[in-house]
Design a protein around this ligand. Sequence first.
Ligand code: IPE
Ligand code: IPE
Ligand code: MG
Length: 254
Amino acid sequence: MNSNASSLAEKAAIDAGLDFSRLPVHVAIIMDGNGRWAKKRRLNRIKGHEKGAETVRMVLRTFRKIGIPNLTLFAFSTENWQRPKTEVAALMRLLKKFLLSEEQEMIENNIRLNAIGQLERFPEDVQKSIQKVMGSTEQNDGLLLSIALSYGGRADIQKMVYDIAAKVKTGKIDPAEITPELISNHLYTRSVPDPDLLIRTSGEMRISNFYLWQIAYTELYMTKTLWPDFSKEECIGILKEYQQRNRRYGNIEE
Ligand code: IPE
Ligand code: IPE
Ligand code: MG
């Protein structure tokens, strides 16, 4: 491990024997299980989301200290709009509160915010807080934090097809130029490499319309832990397990 990595890294990660030369470049997380966490305690689901926001803070800090350059958090799906109005409103309030309360720490710690998804569907005050923090962290080149908001893998693909078709129609793109790279460059994630690791909490074994195109060769890790209970130790353990995986990309082992 180089001294730079050791100065940045959390002691826990060093203790756990994480190999700092083989860290994932991009980790994406489906943060699930807030509602069940609250239900288990006979609390309102909103309490689960509040507790979940604390886990977000912890995970963001842990990844920054370890030195992982890209993190995506799936915070709100295109389908989540169907939830009761009160729950949607509480999630909006929490999102705004999270962004504004973390802004200073993001600026100080070289974190850049990249909100992806149908941002235009959010209430104006939420959109403003997203734009504010994206603006104030724009120059940062440390961790790139992508937050997927009103994001759907299918909506992402639909928009990409629409944009490419429009360019073909006006003659800007020739159909023969449509390569996987061109497709990637027309998705919400155009500035982000494909995830190396996708973590889902709460035990569900599904993707729930999160990244689709982007996870072609992503390593998957599903844990039964509910998002509010997700700990730094488990997080580091998952990174360790990722380092044991043999990524063959369809080829054979050397
Ligand atoms: C994840 O927790 C947060 C969002 C999807 C916004 P859930 O609210 O889905 O929690 P469960 O799945 O009902 O336990
Ligand atoms: C996925 O969780 C969406 C987010 C974590 C933002 P859901 O709770 O919405 O997914 P399903 O309904 O269990 O598939
Ligand atoms: Mg859920």
